[in-house]
Design a protein around this ligand. Structure first.
Ligand code: KIV
Length: 296
Protein backbone atom coordinates (compact mmCIF):
# COMPACT_ATOMS: atom_id res chain seq x y z
CA UNK A 1 0.00 0.00 0.00
CA UNK A 2 1.50 3.36 -1.01
CA UNK A 3 1.58 6.47 1.13
CA UNK A 4 -1.24 8.14 -0.82
CA UNK A 5 -3.54 5.16 -0.35
CA UNK A 6 -2.85 5.14 3.38
CA UNK A 7 -3.56 8.81 4.00
CA UNK A 8 -6.66 8.71 1.80
CA UNK A 9 -8.56 6.44 4.17
CA UNK A 10 -9.37 6.27 7.85
CA UNK A 11 -7.30 3.55 9.44
CA UNK A 12 -9.57 1.15 11.31
CA UNK A 13 -9.07 -1.93 13.44
CA UNK A 14 -10.39 -3.95 10.50
CA UNK A 15 -7.63 -2.57 8.28
CA UNK A 16 -4.94 -3.38 10.87
CA UNK A 17 -6.34 -6.90 11.15
CA UNK A 18 -6.16 -7.30 7.38
CA UNK A 19 -2.54 -6.15 7.48
CA UNK A 20 -1.89 -8.84 10.10
CA UNK A 21 -3.54 -11.49 7.94
CA UNK A 22 -1.52 -10.37 4.91
CA UNK A 23 1.71 -10.35 6.93
CA UNK A 24 2.28 -6.67 6.10
CA UNK A 25 3.61 -4.81 9.16
CA UNK A 26 2.24 -1.37 10.02
CA UNK A 27 3.97 1.54 11.72
CA UNK A 28 3.02 3.39 14.88
CA UNK A 29 4.69 6.23 16.75
CA UNK A 30 3.90 8.16 19.86
CA UNK A 31 2.86 11.76 19.35
CA UNK A 32 1.82 14.47 21.77
CA UNK A 33 0.83 17.56 19.79
CA UNK A 34 -1.05 18.87 16.77
CA UNK A 35 1.90 19.92 14.59
CA UNK A 36 3.70 16.60 14.85
CA UNK A 37 0.42 14.76 14.30
CA UNK A 38 -0.04 16.60 10.99
CA UNK A 39 3.45 15.53 9.90
CA UNK A 40 2.95 11.93 11.01
CA UNK A 41 -0.26 11.65 9.05
CA UNK A 42 1.31 13.29 5.99
CA UNK A 43 4.12 10.73 6.23
CA UNK A 44 1.54 7.93 6.10
CA UNK A 45 1.70 6.55 9.64
CA UNK A 46 -1.02 4.02 10.31
CA UNK A 47 -1.29 4.25 14.08
CA UNK A 48 -0.53 6.94 16.67
CA UNK A 49 -0.26 6.40 20.40
CA UNK A 50 -0.47 9.37 22.72
CA UNK A 51 1.57 7.56 25.35
CA UNK A 52 1.91 8.43 28.99
CA UNK A 53 5.62 8.70 28.10
CA UNK A 54 4.58 12.34 27.58
CA UNK A 55 5.25 12.77 31.30
CA UNK A 56 8.91 12.13 30.49
CA UNK A 57 9.53 13.54 27.03
CA UNK A 58 7.10 16.48 27.09
CA UNK A 59 6.87 17.35 30.77
CA UNK A 60 10.40 16.35 31.79
CA UNK A 61 9.47 14.03 34.67
CA UNK A 62 11.57 10.98 35.53
CA UNK A 63 8.72 8.43 35.21
CA UNK A 64 5.30 8.05 33.56
CA UNK A 65 3.51 8.34 36.92
CA UNK A 66 3.20 12.10 36.54
CA UNK A 67 1.00 11.90 33.41
CA UNK A 68 -2.38 13.17 34.58
CA UNK A 69 -5.68 12.31 32.95
CA UNK A 70 -6.58 15.92 32.11
CA UNK A 71 -3.37 16.60 30.20
CA UNK A 72 -3.51 13.22 28.48
CA UNK A 73 -7.03 14.01 27.24
CA UNK A 74 -6.15 17.53 26.13
CA UNK A 75 -3.10 16.46 24.14
CA UNK A 76 -4.77 13.36 22.71
CA UNK A 77 -7.57 15.54 21.35
CA UNK A 78 -4.95 17.85 19.79
CA UNK A 79 -3.29 14.88 18.09
CA UNK A 80 -6.63 13.72 16.75
CA UNK A 81 -7.21 17.17 15.20
CA UNK A 82 -3.83 16.90 13.46
CA UNK A 83 -4.25 13.30 12.31
CA UNK A 84 -7.93 12.57 11.68
CA UNK A 85 -7.18 9.44 9.65
CA UNK A 86 -4.72 7.64 11.91
CA UNK A 87 -5.77 4.78 14.19
CA UNK A 88 -5.48 6.78 17.41
CA UNK A 89 -4.78 5.09 20.71
CA UNK A 90 -5.16 6.91 24.02
CA UNK A 91 -3.15 5.79 27.02
CA UNK A 92 -4.66 5.35 30.47
CA UNK A 93 -2.35 7.11 32.91
CA UNK A 94 -1.33 5.83 36.32
CA UNK A 95 -4.28 5.48 38.75
CA UNK A 96 -6.89 6.29 36.13
CA UNK A 97 -7.96 2.60 36.00
CA UNK A 98 -6.35 0.86 38.96
CA UNK A 99 -8.81 2.08 41.61
CA UNK A 100 -12.04 0.48 40.44
CA UNK A 101 -13.83 -0.68 37.32
CA UNK A 102 -16.37 2.12 37.32
CA UNK A 103 -13.67 4.79 37.23
CA UNK A 104 -11.76 2.84 34.59
CA UNK A 105 -14.81 2.74 32.31
CA UNK A 106 -15.62 6.41 32.88
CA UNK A 107 -12.05 7.55 32.24
CA UNK A 108 -11.53 5.32 29.23
CA UNK A 109 -14.82 6.53 27.78
CA UNK A 110 -13.50 10.10 27.88
CA UNK A 111 -10.68 9.11 25.51
CA UNK A 112 -13.32 8.02 23.00
CA UNK A 113 -15.83 10.82 23.56
CA UNK A 114 -13.59 13.83 24.17
CA UNK A 115 -10.38 12.92 22.35
CA UNK A 116 -11.74 10.91 19.41
CA UNK A 117 -9.64 7.80 20.06
CA UNK A 118 -10.13 4.51 18.26
CA UNK A 119 -8.85 2.47 21.21
CA UNK A 120 -7.51 2.90 24.71
CA UNK A 121 -4.35 1.25 26.09
CA UNK A 122 -4.04 -0.20 29.59
CA UNK A 123 -0.97 -1.73 31.25
CA UNK A 124 -2.38 -5.10 32.33
CA UNK A 125 -1.59 -8.45 33.89
CA UNK A 126 -3.40 -11.77 34.11
CA UNK A 127 -5.13 -10.43 37.24
CA UNK A 128 -7.01 -7.82 35.17
CA UNK A 129 -9.22 -10.07 33.07
CA UNK A 130 -12.43 -8.97 34.78
CA UNK A 131 -11.50 -5.35 34.08
CA UNK A 132 -10.95 -6.12 30.39
CA UNK A 133 -14.30 -7.92 30.24
CA UNK A 134 -16.09 -4.99 31.87
CA UNK A 135 -14.44 -2.46 29.57
CA UNK A 136 -15.25 -4.53 26.50
CA UNK A 137 -18.84 -4.97 27.67
CA UNK A 138 -19.04 -1.20 27.95
CA UNK A 139 -17.93 -0.94 24.31
CA UNK A 140 -14.38 0.28 24.91
CA UNK A 141 -11.82 -1.07 22.44
CA UNK A 142 -8.99 -2.18 24.73
CA UNK A 143 -5.34 -2.40 23.74
CA UNK A 144 -3.70 -4.67 26.34
CA UNK A 145 -0.15 -3.55 27.14
CA UNK A 146 1.84 -6.61 28.31
CA UNK A 147 5.53 -7.30 28.87
CA UNK A 148 7.46 -4.43 30.43
CA UNK A 149 5.00 -1.99 32.03
CA UNK A 150 6.52 1.38 32.95
CA UNK A 151 3.73 2.20 35.46
CA UNK A 152 4.82 -0.90 37.42
CA UNK A 153 8.57 -0.44 36.87
CA UNK A 154 9.22 -0.25 40.60
CA UNK A 155 7.98 -3.84 40.97
CA UNK A 156 9.77 -5.40 37.99
CA UNK A 157 13.14 -7.12 38.32
CA UNK A 158 14.29 -6.41 34.79
CA UNK A 159 13.29 -4.49 31.72
CA UNK A 160 13.49 -7.36 29.24
CA UNK A 161 10.53 -9.69 29.66
CA UNK A 162 9.96 -13.38 28.79
CA UNK A 163 13.59 -14.41 28.81
CA UNK A 164 12.84 -17.92 30.10
CA UNK A 165 10.57 -20.53 28.53
CA UNK A 166 8.26 -20.41 31.55
CA UNK A 167 7.94 -16.64 31.33
CA UNK A 168 7.30 -16.86 27.59
CA UNK A 169 4.58 -19.47 28.17
CA UNK A 170 2.96 -17.28 30.84
CA UNK A 171 3.01 -14.30 28.47
CA UNK A 172 1.27 -16.37 25.83
CA UNK A 173 -1.38 -17.51 28.33
CA UNK A 174 -1.95 -13.89 29.44
CA UNK A 175 -2.15 -12.62 25.86
CA UNK A 176 -4.69 -15.26 24.83
CA UNK A 177 -6.74 -14.62 27.97
CA UNK A 178 -6.75 -10.87 27.20
CA UNK A 179 -8.13 -11.56 23.73
CA UNK A 180 -10.73 -13.97 25.12
CA UNK A 181 -11.75 -11.27 27.61
CA UNK A 182 -12.31 -8.85 24.71
CA UNK A 183 -9.02 -7.00 24.09
CA UNK A 184 -8.94 -5.87 20.47
CA UNK A 185 -5.16 -5.49 20.20
CA UNK A 186 -2.00 -6.17 22.19
CA UNK A 187 1.12 -4.11 22.77
CA UNK A 188 4.24 -5.98 23.84
CA UNK A 189 7.00 -3.88 25.36
CA UNK A 190 10.57 -5.19 25.73
CA UNK A 191 9.61 -8.81 25.17
CA UNK A 192 12.13 -11.25 23.71
CA UNK A 193 11.65 -11.59 19.94
CA UNK A 194 10.88 -15.31 20.13
CA UNK A 195 8.13 -14.88 22.75
CA UNK A 196 6.67 -11.92 20.84
CA UNK A 197 6.58 -14.05 17.72
CA UNK A 198 4.69 -16.82 19.50
CA UNK A 199 2.10 -14.32 20.78
CA UNK A 200 1.76 -12.68 17.35
CA UNK A 201 1.24 -16.01 15.63
CA UNK A 202 -1.21 -17.29 18.22
CA UNK A 203 -3.64 -14.41 18.75
CA UNK A 204 -6.10 -13.19 16.12
CA UNK A 205 -5.79 -9.47 17.01
CA UNK A 206 -3.02 -7.09 15.89
CA UNK A 207 0.11 -7.21 18.07
CA UNK A 208 2.25 -4.07 18.22
CA UNK A 209 5.81 -4.46 19.43
CA UNK A 210 7.89 -1.86 21.24
CA UNK A 211 11.39 -3.27 21.55
CA UNK A 212 9.97 -6.76 20.98
CA UNK A 213 11.69 -7.82 17.76
CA UNK A 214 10.65 -7.96 14.13
CA UNK A 215 7.83 -10.50 14.17
CA UNK A 216 5.02 -8.38 15.59
CA UNK A 217 2.24 -7.13 13.30
CA UNK A 218 3.22 -3.52 13.91
CA UNK A 219 5.97 -1.52 15.56
CA UNK A 220 5.81 1.49 17.85
CA UNK A 221 8.56 3.79 19.08
CA UNK A 222 8.62 6.99 21.07
CA UNK A 223 8.75 9.93 18.63
CA UNK A 224 11.56 11.72 20.49
CA UNK A 225 13.76 8.62 20.12
CA UNK A 226 13.13 8.45 16.37
CA UNK A 227 13.71 12.19 15.82
CA UNK A 228 16.72 12.47 18.13
CA UNK A 229 15.14 15.11 20.34
CA UNK A 230 16.16 15.87 23.93
CA UNK A 231 14.74 13.23 26.25
CA UNK A 232 15.43 10.41 23.77
CA UNK A 233 16.27 7.10 25.41
CA UNK A 234 19.53 5.48 24.39
CA UNK A 235 18.31 1.91 24.52
CA UNK A 236 19.09 -1.06 22.31
CA UNK A 237 15.79 -1.25 20.49
CA UNK A 238 15.51 2.42 19.48
CA UNK A 239 16.97 3.93 16.36
CA UNK A 240 17.45 7.65 15.80
CA UNK A 241 16.23 8.04 12.20
CA UNK A 242 17.21 11.73 12.19
CA UNK A 243 18.81 14.06 14.72
CA UNK A 244 16.77 17.24 14.91
CA UNK A 245 18.58 18.62 17.93
CA UNK A 246 21.29 20.50 16.02
CA UNK A 247 19.06 21.98 13.26
CA UNK A 248 16.59 23.25 15.85
CA UNK A 249 19.30 24.69 18.10
CA UNK A 250 20.98 26.35 15.09
CA UNK A 251 17.73 27.87 13.85
CA UNK A 252 17.03 29.36 17.28
CA UNK A 253 20.60 30.68 17.54
CA UNK A 254 20.23 32.38 14.14
CA UNK A 255 16.89 33.89 15.13
CA UNK A 256 18.32 35.23 18.40
CA UNK A 257 21.34 36.71 16.59
CA UNK A 258 19.21 38.44 13.95
CA UNK A 259 16.84 39.91 16.53
CA UNK A 260 19.79 41.22 18.54
CA UNK A 261 21.45 42.62 15.39
CA UNK A 262 18.21 44.27 14.24
CA UNK A 263 18.18 42.38 10.91
CA UNK A 264 14.95 40.59 11.80
CA UNK A 265 12.18 41.55 11.29
CA UNK A 266 13.02 43.38 8.07
CA UNK A 267 10.75 45.26 5.69
CA UNK A 268 9.45 42.06 4.09
CA UNK A 269 8.28 40.78 7.46
CA UNK A 270 6.53 44.00 8.53
CA UNK A 271 3.03 45.35 7.89
CA UNK A 272 2.76 48.76 6.20
CA UNK A 273 0.33 51.65 6.24
CA UNK A 274 -1.19 52.77 2.95
CA UNK A 275 1.24 55.43 1.58
CA UNK A 276 -1.48 58.15 1.44
CA UNK A 277 -2.36 57.46 5.06
CA UNK A 278 1.11 58.33 6.30
CA UNK A 279 1.04 61.60 8.26
CA UNK A 280 2.95 64.45 6.60
CA UNK A 281 6.64 64.19 7.02
CA UNK A 282 6.50 60.69 8.40
CA UNK A 283 8.06 58.03 6.25
CA UNK A 284 7.79 54.41 7.11
CA UNK A 285 11.01 53.14 8.60
CA UNK A 286 12.54 50.48 6.38
CA UNK A 287 14.76 49.15 9.11
CA UNK A 288 15.33 49.60 12.79
CA UNK A 289 17.23 52.71 13.86
CA UNK A 290 20.77 52.08 15.01
CA UNK A 291 20.70 50.86 18.62
CA UNK A 292 21.58 53.43 21.24
CA UNK A 293 24.96 52.98 22.86
CA UNK A 294 24.56 52.07 26.56
CA UNK A 295 25.44 55.04 28.78
CA UNK A 296 29.12 54.97 29.78
O1 KIV B 1 3.73 5.60 26.80
C1 KIV B 1 4.31 5.13 25.81
O2 KIV B 1 4.92 5.84 25.04
C2 KIV B 1 4.23 3.68 25.61
C3 KIV B 1 5.18 2.95 24.72
C4 KIV B 1 4.77 1.56 24.51
C5 KIV B 1 5.62 3.50 23.48
O3 KIV B 1 3.42 3.07 26.22
Amino acid sequence: MGKDEIVAEKITLGLLKRRKQMGRPFAALTCYDYAMAVLLQEAGIECILVGDSLAQVVLGHPTTWQARLDIMLTLTAAVRRGAPQAYLVGDMPFLSYQINTEEAIRHAGRFLQEAGCDAVKFELSGADLDLVKALSRAGIPVMAHLGYKPQYAGRLDSVVQARTADQARQLLVDAEAMVDAGACSILLECVTACAARAVTERVCVPVIGCGSGPYCDGQVLVLHDVLGLPGAQKVKFCREFVSLTDPIRQAVETYCREVRQGTFPDDAHSYHMKPDELPDGVGEPTCRPEPQKPPA
